[in-house]
Design a binder for this molecule. Structure first.
Ligand code: URA
Ligand code: SF4
Length: 271
């Protein structure tokens, strides 16, 4: 996408999806054009003013993107030893992990599952998205984030020009907890080696932890999601950005704007 108007349109669509505040398009995106977006509330944004290219530059600087957040927690779980015979540590591909997950009975969540949901996406992804655990549709299909929350995630990724296929998407636990309850500590502990190995194989530039369970698991902390946002944490040296879970966004649209800020930070770190 090269022309300024197309970029402006794309940017505004991102804002619409994420229910953002009024936005002045950054100068860098649309040189010499100042774009105002309709109010944050109400159904859809109203008219968009894009002055002709001859219009003078906006007097006020564009709304700055979020600054670079400070460093946060760093978690470096021990790697298994080199001579381990643990099949998870030895799994040489994402497919090999998926196969191990498919036969896994290491925790009680195996009892109620229809399908395991190991995760999917590009093996060389620059971004790994980690959610909590499969929901109903995920359990039915064996694919992560394909229900309502998944549709929102897909849109969020598209909005930062990362088509879903280029990302690796997975969850902390690979089997659906009954009634979508939060996975319990022992279930997370049993399942964690799969996630760690997946991250080790993909070696992403950034990890996006969506929701408290993903954030607390990857950072080995009990701190709340609110406390963990706005910092660049690290998991095995890989930057971790913490944001709201898309399912939470569906319940509380006020979180869309902060989520948008978070994913933009993640996008910037990816380069
Ligand atoms: N919620 C999650 O955390 N993961 C999914 O895959 C779907 C919904
Ligand atoms: Fe195994 Fe994880 Fe499923 Fe538990 S949730 S049975 S540890 S794959």
């Amino acid at each position: 996408m090269s022309d300024g108007r197309a970029l402006a349109r794309q940017f505004l669509e991102q804002q619409r999806l994420l229910g953002g505040d009024p936005v002045i398009l950054p100068e860098a995106l649309v040189p010499r054009a100042r774009v105002a977006v309709a109010p944050p509330t109400g159904d859809r944004p109203g008219p968009v003013a894009v002055p002709p290219p001859s219009a003078p530059p906006a007097a006020t600087p564009a709304t700055p993107g979020p600054g670079v957040p400070p460093p946060g927690l760093s978690y470096d779980p021990p790697t298994g030893d080199l001579f381990s015979t643990d099949p998870v540590l030895q799994a040489a591909s994402l497919a090999a992990i998926a196969q191990l997950v498919a036969g896994c009975t290491k925790c009680r969540l195996c009892e109620g599952r229809s399908h395991t949901v190991p995760g999917e996406g590009a093996a060389d992804a620059r971004l790994v998205v980690v959610g909590e655990g499969p929901g109903r549709v995920e359990d039915q299909t064996g694919r992560p984030f394909v229900g309502q929350a998944g549709e929102l995630l897909t849109k969020i990724l598209a909005a930062i020009e990362l088509p879903r296929e280029r990302v690796f998407i997975c969850n902390v636990v690979k089997c659906r907890p009954p009634e979508n309850r939060v996975p319990q500590y022992d279930e997370i502990a049993a399942c964690l080696p799969y996630l760690v190995r997946q991250i080790d194989l993909v070696k992403p530039a950034v990890i996006l932890a969506m929701g408290g369970t993903a954030a607390q698991t990857l950072l080995n902390t009990k701190q709340s999601l609110g406390a963990l946002r706005n910092q660049i944490h690290r998991f095995r040296g890989i930057p971790v950005i913490v944001t709201y879970h898309p399912a939470a966004l569906l319940r509380n649209p006020n979180w869309k704007k902060p989520t948008w800020d978070d994913v933009r930070i993640a996008r910037r770190l990816i380069g």
